[in-house]
Design a protein around this ligand. Sequence first.
Ligand SMILES: [Zn+2]
Length: 58
Amino acid sequence: MSTYRKWYCTCTGKPLELEYQVAGEDEPEEPVCRRCGASRSSDPRRTIIYREVEDWED
Ligand SMILES: [Zn+2]
């Protein structure tokens, strides 16, 4: 079993799960908020949160 983090943005007042976007070949893939565009590395309003999720399939 392992845990991983699910990332959310709270810009709407409710947690909205970040979505992975296909980035350029050299850029690391990073999930972004589809509403406001915030991400883990670009979070000017500090709306990004995460939750630990347990993965039982490991
Ligand atoms: Zn957002």
